[in-house]
Unconditional design. Structure first.
Length: 286
């Protein structure tokens, strides 16, 4: 039998046929090794954290709408939704009690806290269309952020939609600010964490259910960080008039959403005279 070497034209034709037909030109072992490397790269890519979105100034991008957990004393992992913290905490009472984190009130004030809790429907400002205030309002439901501008927090709450302006240009607190429900806030960055410092808060809000009152000496520091489509929020409260030490509230989380916030109608209190505390019997009018 006679053999001959293939010409260059014949070799080129064989390669073209193999490419069109999808015939592997490498051994099975080499093909398997290449496939394994590809899978390893894919697994590594899937396991790596999502890249943090940043604005041109280098800071994390918090722009967007956020659906937050239900209340300031609710454990991490609770349900999500654009709910009013003042109302939705009651729906999560079992979760709250499963992970208690009570404010450190001074011993001589504990009886006042218990009395307020017993008469909550008559004493909680949330039942009378009062704003939730900081930090009860929790993480914002929308954030507007642009380089060179203050950061805007937007809230959709039953007491009436509201906003907060957070300057981050290094200015101090406003020395002429009057006490208000949302106080005077200034922000700064600690790495990729947005830190919001708030004072000049009035004492016409609670920190949560169960009679968690505070004084007008309260000072709040909120910290927000972004991890992919999740925002982590935590607030630390100082109130030397009523607390024995600073109190860090349970962390909360919010998830990026495409659901827009909507304008709520004005809150009008109509049922105050019909509210009855649990266990209190009413007598018929004479």
């Amino acid at each position: 039998m006679k053999f001959r070497f293939a010409t260059a034209s014949e070799i080129l034709l064989i390669l073209l046929v193999c490419c069109v037909a999808g015939t592997p030109l490498f051994s099975q072992e080499n093909s398997a090794a290449a496939s394994q490397k590809t899978n390893q790269k894919a697994d590594k890519s899937a396991a790596s954290p999502q890249a943090l979105r940043r604005l041109p100034d280098g800071h994390p991008d918090f722009n967007g709408f956020w659906a937050s957990s239900s209340g300031p004393d609710t454990p991490v992992g609770a349900t999500f939704g654009p709910l009013d913290p003042a109302v939705s905490q009651r729906d999560n009472a079992k979760q709250r009690l499963a992970a208690p984190n009570q404010p450190p009130y001074k011993p001589e004030l504990m009886e006042k806290v218990k009395d307020l809790a017993r008469n909550e429907s008559k004493t909680d400002p949330a039942f009378y269309c009062k704003p939730g205030g900081v930090p009860r309002v929790g993480p914002p439901h929308a954030i507007v952020q642009a380089p060179g501008m203050p950061i805007i927090f937007l809230y959709q709450v039953i007491a009436g939609n509201t906003f907060r302006i957070i300057p981050t240009d290094g200015r101090p607190h406003n020395a002429n600010a009057f006490p208000s429900y949302y106080g005077d806030s200034i922000g700064h960055w600690e790495g990729d964490t947005l830190v919001v410092d708030t004072n000049d808060l009035n004492d016409d809000t609670w920190l949560g259910l169960d009679g968690w009152f505070h004084s007008d000496a309260m000072h709040v520091v909120e910290k927000l960080t972004r991890d992919g489509d999740v925002m982590h929020y935590q607030a630390t409260v100082e109130d030397p008039n009523v607390f024995t030490r600073p109190w860090t509230m349970n962390p909360r989380v919010a998830r990026l959403t495409t659901e827009l916030i909507m304008e709520n109608p004005p809150c009008v209190e109509l049922d105050e005279s019909h509210i009855v505390d649990p266990g209190v019997k009413t007598r018929p009018a004479p």
